[in-house]
Write a new protein. Structure first.
Ligand code: 3H9
Length: 692
C-alpha cells in the first residue's frame, strides 16, 4: 500500500487499483482528499498493470460531502472539479464502492465514477439544501440524468437520503454486493472482462425529456414547507437548467447559483446551525468517556398527550415502556391515541403495519406505579404542579431500584426542589419534551444542582438514540425556551392594548419565518389552560378573553374566529375592539404601530433574555439557545436562531434599541443585560459567547 496524501492511499488487488480514503470522522473532501483522488487516478491511469480502479473509503462511511469547515477559508487546490474530471475522463473503468452515506460532494464524486456498487446499508443523498446551498460540483446536472428530474427534485429540495434498494431501482447504483471491497473489485474485473463501456453520466440525456409544467407543479407542492428558504428554489432552477441546457452550460449555471447562495446570509446561518446542533450535544464538564447507565426499559407516568408521545419515542427504537395512568379509562384512551398515531403513520407509508404491532407490543399499560420498580428510567409526565410532582418523586424514590434515572417532563418548574423530595437527587434530571412529543425534535435536558455526570451523559446519549436533539440547560423558571417565550408574550399582549391587532402581530412574526404568531399559537394551545373562572378578575388580556367565552380553536372562538369545517381563521373585530377598550380603560394611548416596532418589541426582549440566560449559565453557549429556538419553537433556521440573528442585525443596534424602548416601556425584560452590553462593546458575537 502506498500513501498518496495524508488521507489517501493506493494498492493493487490483482489488476485492480484500489484507492482508499481515510479521513475521519466522515471522509469529508478536505484538500488532501481531493489531491489524493487526483493523484490516485493519475497514478493508476499511467500504470500499465492496472486494468480498472476502485474508489473506496475506510471507517464508518463513504465521503459525506465537502469539508464544511473549509467553506470559510480561502480555497485550497486542487479543486474538486479537477479530481472529478480525472475520474470521469479516466481511460480505465472507475468503480465507486459506497457504504454508510454518500452525501453531497461525496455522491457527486461517486457520480463521476463509471459505475457504482454499494453494500445493502448504504444511503445516498444531496443534502446541501439543508446548508442553504445546492450541490455545487456538478451534482445538479448529473443526478437528474440518472434518476430523472422528478426524483432529483424530491431529493435535492428535501435533502433526504434514499437507501441502496431505491438507488438500485433508479439507476444510481449498478449492483449491491455483500462484502464491499471484494464485491467492488469483482465488479470492476467483470466490467473489464465484458468490455463494458466507460459510462459517463454527463453524456446521458435519455431521462431529461419532461413536461416543463413539472417544475411549477413541484414549486406549488413544496411552497408551504419551503416558505422563506432560498435554496430549494435555486435547486429547482438548476434542474431546469439540466433539462434545457447542455451539460457544460448547466454546470456554469449551477456555479453561478451556488456562488450566490454561498455568499448569502441564509447559507451562513444554516451552516452555523449544522455545527451548533452537534456542539449542543457536548457538555464541557462531563467528559466524553463518562460511563453511561444502561437504559433497557422505561416507565412513563401519565398517558395523556405528553406521556403518550414520550412513550412512542422509546417504542420507536425498540425500548419497552410501561405507561401508568390513574384510571382504566384514561389508560385506554392514551393507548388508543398512540395506536391511532401509529396507524396514521402506516397509512402515510412512513412505517409498516407490522411496525405498528411491534411498537404497540412494546408499550404496556398499567394502573400500578409499583411496575416502575425494575425500570432503568422513569419519566413523570403529569400536569404542572410542583407539590404534586414532589409527592410523585418521593413515591418514585420509594419504589424504584437504586441507580434508576428519575426524570421530570416539567416545562418550567424547579428540578432542584423536585430532586429534594427524594433521597437521591443525583439521579434526578429534567427531560422537557415539546408537544407533540413524538414529533418535535427538541429535548431540553435540565441539569439539577446535584444531577450526576453519569445521569447527564446517559440522558444526552439516550436523547440521540430516540432521535431527539438534546440541549443541556440549567434550572430557572421556563428554562431556556419558555423563559424567552414569556418575554415575547409580554410584549405581544402589550402591543394589542396600544393599537396593534392580534392579526398584525401574528403576521409580522409569521412573515419573519415562524410557523405562526403568538396569538394564533395561544388559540391552538387553548386560552383557558391554567385559567380558573372563579379567580378571574378581568385584569389581563387572557382573563378578558376567557371571560367572554373565548377558549381558542377548540370552541371556534379565540383571538380569531374559526370555520368549524375548514378551521380557517378570520380576525375578529369584536376581539379587536374589546382589546382596544381594555387598553383605553387602563389609560393606554391608542396609536398606529408600525410592523418594525412590532418585530423589535417581540424579538429584542427575547435576545436580551437570551443574554441574561447566558450570563446566569443556564445555557452553556449562545449557539445552544439557537438550537432550542429552531427546534422547539420554529424560529426560521435560515436566520440562524435568535443569537445568530441578533449578531447579523448588529449588537450595537440591538443594544441601542433596547435602551430606547426601556426608556419608554415598563418591565424588567427591558432592563439591558450587562453581558449583552459588554459583548456589543467588545465587538463580539452572542452566537459564540459561552454561558456562566
Ligand atoms: C457539499 O458537499 C458541497 C458540494 O456539493 C459542493 C462543493 C463545491 N464537513 O453528524 P455527526 C463532522 S456540502 C466537515 O455527529 P453522524 C461533524 O461536525 C456537504 N465536518 O455524525 C462531527 O464533528 P464533531 C454536504 C463534518 O454519524 C462529526 O463529523 N454533506 C461534515 O450522526 C460527526 O458528525 C452534508 O451536508 C462535513 N461535511 O452523522 C453531510 N459532516 O465530532 C453532513 C460531518 O467534531 N453530515 N462532519 O462534532 C451529516 O449529515 C452527518 O454528519 C453524517 C454522519 C450523516 C455524515
Amino acid at each position: 500500500m502506498t500513501d498518496l496524501t495524508e488521507s489517501v492511499s493506493i494498492e493493487h488487488d490483482g489488476t485492480v487499483a484500489v484507492i482508499t480514503i481515510n479521513n475521519p470522522p466522515v471522509n469529508a473532501l478536505s484538500h488532501h482528499v481531493r489531491q489524493g483522488i487526483l493523484d490516485g487516478m493519475t497514478t493508476a491511469a499511467a500504470d500499465d498493470s492496472v486494468t480498472a480502479i476502485v474508489l473506496i473509503c475506510d471507517g464508518r462511511t463513504f465521503i459525506a460531502g465537502a469539508d464544511i469547515t473549509e467553506f470559510s477559508q480561502a480555497p485550497k487546490p486542487p479543486s474538486l472539479a479537477g479530481a472529478q474530471s480525472a475520474m470521469e475522463d479516466c481511460t480505465k473503468p472507475v468503480v465507486a464502492a459506497v457504504h454508510g452515506t454518500a452525501l453531497g460532494g461525496g455522491l457527486e464524486v461517486a457520480m463521476c465514477a463509471h459505475y457504482r456498487v454499494s453494500d445493502e446499508g448504504a444511503r445516498f443523498g444531496l443534502p446541501e439544501v439543508k446548508l442553504g446551498l445546492l450541490p455545487g460540483a456538478g451534482g445538479t446536472q448529473r443526478l437528474p440524468r440518472v434518476t430523472g428530474p422528478a426524483k432529483a427534485l424530491e431529493m435535492m429540495t428535501s435533502g433526504d437520503m434514499i437507501g441502496s434498494e431505491e438507488a438500485l431501482d433508479c439507476g444510481l447504483v449498478d449492483e449491491i454486493v455483500d462484502d464491499l471491497r471484494s464485491g467492488a473489485v469483482a465488479f470492476a474485473n467483470k466490467v473489464v472482462e465484458e468490455g463494458r463501456p466507460l459510462s459517463r453520466i454527463r453524456d446521458r440525456d435519455d431521462k431529461l425529456n419532461v413536461d416543463p409544467s413539472l417544475f411549477d407543479d413541484f414549486r406549488k407542492k413544496i411552497a408551504r414547507k419551503t416558505r422563506g428558504f432560498l435554496a430549494p428554489e435555486y435547486n429547482i432552477r438548476c434542474i431546469e437548467a439540466a433539462v434545457s441546457l447542455d451539460f457544460d452550460a448547466g454546470v456554469s449555471r449551477e456555479r453561478e447559483l451556488f456562488e450566490e447562495l454561498m455568499s448569502g446570509t441564509q447559507s451562513s446561518a444554516q451552516q452555523y446551525y449544522f455545527f451548533a446542533e452537534r456542539e449542543a450535544a457536548k457538555v464541557p464538564d462531563v467528559p466524553k468517556d463518562t460511563p453511561k447507565l444502561p437504559v433497557a426499559s422505561v416507565g412513563v407516568l401519565g398517558g395523556g398527550t405528553m406521556g403518550g408521545g414520550i412513550s412512542m419515542n422509546f417504542a420507536n427504537v425498540g425500548i419497552p415502556v410501561t405507561m401508568v395512568e390513574q384510571t382504566q379509562e384514561a389508560l385506554d384512551r392514551g393507548l388508543a391515541v398512540i395506536r391511532g398515531n401509529y396507524e396514521r403513520s402506516a397509512k402515510n407509508g412512513r412505517i409498516t403495519s407490522d411496525d405498528v404491532e411491534t411498537r404497540m407490543g412494546l408499550i404496556t399499560g398499567s394502573l400500578d406505579q409499583g411496575d416502575f420498580a425494575e425500570k432503568d428510567m422513569i419519566i413523570e409526565a403529569v400536569f404542572e404542579d410542583l407539590d404534586l410532582k414532589k409527592k410523585i418523586f418521593a413515591e418514585f424514590d420509594r419504589i424504584c431500584k437504586p441507580g434508576a434515572i428519575l426524570a421530570s417532563n416539567t416545562s418550567a418548574l424547579d428540578i432542584n426542589q423536585i430532586a429534594a423530595a427524594t433521597s437521591r437527587p443525583e439521579s434526578v434530571i429534567g427531560t422537557h419534551f415539546f408537544s407533540p412529543a413524538n414529533v418535535m425534535k427538541l429535548l431540553e435536558v435540565v441539569r439539577g444542582e446535584q444531577t450526576s455526570d453519569e445521569v447527564i451523559a446517559t440522558t444526552m446519549a439516550l436523547s440521540k438514540q430516540i432521535a431527539k436533539i438534546p440541549v443541556l440547560v440549567g434550572v430557572c423558571h421556563g428554562f431556556v425556551g419558555n423563559r424567552m417565550l414569556f418575554m415575547r408574550r409580554l410584549e405581544a399582549d402589550k402591543l394589542v392594548l396600544e393599537g396593534a391587532t392580534p392579526a398584525q402581530v401574528d403576521k409580522v412574526i409569521y412573515d419573519f419565518g415562524f410557523p405562526m404568531g403568538p396569538f394564533a399559537m395561544s388559540d391552538l394551545a387553548g386560552l383557558d389552560i391554567g385559567w380558573k373562572e372563579e379567580e378571574s378578575t378581568g385584569s389581563t388580556v387572557r382573563e378578558i378573553m376567557c371571560e367572554s367565552g373565548r377558549r381558542g380553536q377548540k370552541n371556534g372562538r379565540g383571538y380569531y374566529t374559526y370555520d368549524p369545517e375548514t378551521r380557517a381563521s378570520t380576525p375578529d373585530p369584536e376581539v379587536e375592539q374589546m382589546l382596544r377598550d381594555f387598553g383605553s380603560k387602563q389609560g393606554i394611548e391608542q396609536r398606529d404601530i408600525t410592523d418594525q416596532e412590532v418585530l423589535e418589541r417581540c424579538l429584542y426582549p427575547m435576545i436580551n433574555e437570551g443574554a441574561k440566560i447566558l450570563e446566569e449559565g443556564i445555557a452553556l453557549r449562545g449557539s445552544d439557545i439557537d438550537v432550542v429556538w429552531i427546534n422547539g419553537y420554529g424560529w426560521p433556521v435560515y436566520t440562524g436562531g435568535p443569537m445568530f440573528w441578533a449578531d447579523t442585525v448588529g449588537l450595537d443596534e440591538v443594544v441601542s434599541k433596547i435602551k430606547d424602548y426601556s426608556s419608554k416601556l415598563d418591565g424588567e425584560h427591558w432592563q439591558l443585560s450587562p453581558l449583552l452590553e459588554r459583548v456589543a462593546a467588545d465587538g463580539g458575537k452572542l452566537q459564540s459567547t459561552t454561558g456562566g
